[in-house]
Ligand binder design. Structure first.
Ligand SMILES: Cc1cc2nc3c(=O)[nH]c(=O)nc-3n(C[C@H](O)[C@H](O)[C@H](O)COP(=O)(O)OP(=O)(O)OC[C@H]3O[C@@H](n4cnc5c(N)ncnc54)[C@H](O)[C@@H]3O)c2cc1C
Length: 460
């Protein structure tokens, strides 16, 4: 039996390692990934030294059944386990785990350093995978773990600007931020962790020009505390509301608890184990409501900054070099003397025009499968093998994590899509901003969620 995993980032690599560990001789696993980020993915492969993990080293094992593995691999002292290390170090750890699996696995684990450009259904139970070099091979099962979709230009950005060096659509692209002149006036659209990466790099490069951060709600990311807080056990009221998939009830209970717990962060962290199930069973109207009204607030509470990054950002703000503006971008175009921008500030009805040297898109990862230009995903959409999640959060899947095709039928045989972000070490997030978010809480461990577990079991 041949199982093909497309995407050799975090999810694809960890899934390959776990499948190789469980599978017996006679099973062949092919891990297909682009060479630049093979075995690391974007987060841990395209990062720079100043880009820190937003999870403590001691909690970052790739699988849930061995959370200390990353820290053990580094031989960290007990104290150092609370540190927030560079993301590149985590990339090294993933690489090392993959290499060990390649040597030790009974099943064959084959490395294919190529982009997959199409997957064709050949009939019952077989797929043909096409690679960018023109070659193709048959596979019994295909798992998609392609990570973030390519960023679409920001709404309002004109076509000329979208191709101009004054517009940075993918800030992790090699040397993208390095090209910004030290005196340049920079507008960063988005105030989450991508903005934090951009600001950290600008600060490290001793940028002197003004930095304006534009965010719809004017929210600023929270930071982790330097010392690890005491874990909080959720009281029965919250658990009851979670089990009943009652969003209002959960919020009501949390609001009542927040002022009396030692630190609200503990509450957010205590929710993690329940979120995947809660989200999957939440009625669609409530999910929509959450995405429209609560998502930005949830994200600043959930995705917190490493303390050192927060200190750097605070210093930039305190000096007046970085300013936070609440509002939205209406239009941006390439003008004679820079990037001409029209903004609508929150609470105002008057458009404000301004000029910057560089505009950086930092609005997060793209999940709009219906519009994506990602070659493989677009071809799967066109062929009807995959369909879009109704909330725009990636591709649609059933409870067994099988893709749903254009006709609403499960694509049998492949465990169609595996996905990123909140895998074991990141823990589930409600909003799941990933390309295939329905599978967001894939955890390749002995505690696999039922759907993925049965999917992996059927593969292995
Ligand atoms: C900048 C950034 C920082 C983050 N920081 C953290 C953090 O500190 N802590 C944390 O827990 N989470 C963090 N995350 C979340 C992170 O997304 C997840 O933890 C996880 O790395 C995502 O895994 P993935 O496998 O889905 O995607 P990725 O790891 O990005 O892997 C997808 C891979 O598939 C490849 N690919 C795509 N299409 C094809 C194709 N057609 N053929 C072959 N290969 C293909 C991509 O090039 C990429 O290498 C961060 C995310 C980003 C973007």
């Amino acid at each position: 039996m041949r199982i093909t995993i497309i995407g050799a980032g975090f999810t694809g690599s960890v899934l390959a390692i776990e499948l190789a560990r469980r599978a017996t001789a006679g099973v062949a696993i092919s891990l297909v990934g682009v060479p630049e980020t093979y075995g690391r993915g974007v987060a841990y492969g395209e990062a720079r030294i100043e880009h820190l993990l937003n999870v403590r080293a001691g909690d970052l094992g790739a699988t849930r059944d061995y959370p200390r593995e990353f820290a053990d691999w580094l031989h960290l002292s007990e104290r150092a386990r609370d540190a927030f290390l560079p993301r590149l170090v985590y990339g090294e750890y993933l690489q090392s785990r993959l290499q060990s699996a390649e040597h030790l696995a009974e099943a064959a684990l084959e490395r294919i350093e190529q982009e997959a450009i199409a997957v064709e259904r050949m009939g019952r139970g077989a797929f043909r995978v096409h690679l960018a070099d023109g070659s193709a091979f048959l596979s019994d099962a295909v798992v998609l773990a392609v990570g973030a979709l390519p960023p679409q230009p920001l709404t309002g950005v004109g076509p000329r600007l979208a191709l101009d060096p004054g517009y940075i659509g993918w800030p992790w692209q090699e040397r993208a931020i390095d090209r910004i002149p030290a005196e340049a006036a920079v507008l960063v659209v988005g105030s989450g962790l991508t903005m934090a990466d951009v600001a950290a790099t600008l600060r490290r490069r001793r940028h002197r020009g003004p930095i304006t951060v534009l965010s719809r709600h004017g929210l600023w990311p929270h930071a982790h505390t330097a010392e690890r807080g005491e874990p909080i056990a959720l009281p029965p009221g919250v658990l009851h509301a979670l089990n009943r998939h009652d969003l209002r009830g959960v919020l009501r209970s949390l609001r009542a608890l927040a002022p009396i717990v030692p630190d609200w962060r503990g509450l957010v962290d205590a929710l993690r184990p329940y979120l995947q199930d809660f989200w999957r069973h939440l009625p669609e109207t409530q999910r929509r409501r959450f995405l429209r009204h609560l998502r930005p607030h949830w994200e600043v509470a959930r995705h917190r900054l490493a303390p050192a990054v927060a200190e750097d950002l605070d210093a930039l703000r305190a000096s007046g070099q970085l300013q936070l503006l609440a509002g939205r971008l209406v239009r941006a175009r390439r003008g004679e003397a820079g990037v001409e921008v029209s903004l609508l500030e929150r609470g105002s009805s008057a458009i404000r025009n301004a000029r910057y040297d560089v505009l950086v898109r930092a609005t997060g990862l793209d999940t709009d499968f219906a519009r994506t230009t990602h070659p493989l995903m677009a071809s799967l959409r066109e062929s009807g093998l995959l369909s879009a999640d109704p909330l725009g959060l990636g591709v649609d899947t059933n409870d067994r994590w099988e893709a749903i095709d254009r006709h609403g039928r499960a694509v049998r045989a492949p465990c169609a899509a595996a996905a990123p972000r909140d895998v074991a070490h990141t823990s589930p997030s409600l909003s799941q901003p990933s390309p295939v978010p329905r599978l967001n809480t894939v955890s390749v461990s002995s505690t696999l969620p039922a759907g993925i577990d049965s999917c992996c079991a059927s593969l292995a």
